[in-house]
Design a protein around this ligand. Sequence first.
Ligand SMILES: *Cc1c(COP(=O)(O)O)cnc(C)c1O
Length: 433
Amino acid sequence: MKLYSTNNSQEFYSLKEAVMKGLPDDNGLFMPKVIPTLPKKFFTDLKNYSFKDLSFEICKHLFQNAIPEKDLSKIINNSITFPAPVVHLDEDKSILELFHGPSLAFKDFGARFMSQLMSYFNQGEKKELVILVATSGDTGGAVAAGFLKTKGIKVVILYPSGKVSMLQEKQLTTLGHNIEALEVDGTFDDCQALVKRAFLDEELNKRIRLSSANSINIARLIPQSFYYFEAYKQLETKKDVAFVIPSGNFGNLTAGLFAKRMGLPVKHFVAATNANNIVPEYLNKGTYISRASVPTISNAMDVGAPSNFARMLDLYSLQWNGMREEIKGYSFNDDATRKGIKEVFDKYNYVIDPHGAVGYLALKEFQKQYSNTKGIILETAHPSKFNKEVEAQIKKKVNIPTRLSELASRKKVATSIGTDFDSFKSLLQKKYS
Ligand SMILES: *Cc1c(COP(=O)(O)O)cnc(C)c1O
């Protein structure tokens, strides 16, 4: 498999280089040189494939010979460890539940797969790889769970003291093994500044093999394309299929575009955003204007400069018309989102989270124009992660799954640090060099 940068399509990188580097030096994003169409037989047999088996098949075609089949099979077995069930609301509206992983959000898929690939490519290295992550809460939890007990890799997570929820903190601080939490007496920006400086520090990089679990690593996108196939497999329909993706940085939607390029018969993608509507605006008007994000109740989508937009443009060779033919964009404010949560509960007795609710509203708008379609909404997080907002609408308690609630009784282990870089640096050197 070869990859290029969205800023330079003439130079190629191996899968190993792309995964271990995360970002090309020219500030573009890695893209596969070829996204192969899967054989017809794969689609006619799809119903007989397990989630793991179809993931293996897709990956085998995409990776070509980058990883021997035996090793790839292990990587898939260790990554696809929770299901992605489709739940039907009615005849034409279904939900793809992507929250059955340890941190209750779809990011668990990407984090696990990336940890497996990094560990594989790290084999034979004498020194362990140390992954630094700054988190404002959510990403850290997915990364911590995804990398737990991964061979040859240590993870150091920096989070702002007192600024993450109790359960989020427990997700970061109770795992032990190869996961270390640093509680920073400062803000998320301070955490990020410490990590950024560490990557630039020559002495540190000589002594420790540092890496990041960057959200735009191609290793996070690839497994996100698997569950589009898994969802399609669960449908019985002759209608056109549209996937609805509640979006922020548009990684999930880009993974869907990969799936379509691989031959999955999807007619439309629906880009659903909150008030941060940069991409819907581009689709409707043809002008792309990034801006500072505004806070909303679907806060994992509060993004003012979507990082994967460069990949989307690349897939459509910068053609606005091509993109708006396949992708329809809609945005909704918090008031509408709250009503959406209530409506889904009243009408279908289904508890949806604020991100999924934005998707539900977008599907309703879309189907006004495209009535003969089957819509699948990606439910990106479990509603209990946003229980205050959800409970206010449905007037009922939302159950917290035991895999999360049991963390409450576990003992927090974290090292407190300040925002001073030199002490952070000497702590890293003492522990990891
Ligand atoms: C990260 C996240 C999103 C946005 O996904 P992108 O791939 O960045 O578009 C949506 N919903 C939830 C719950 C998330 O955690």
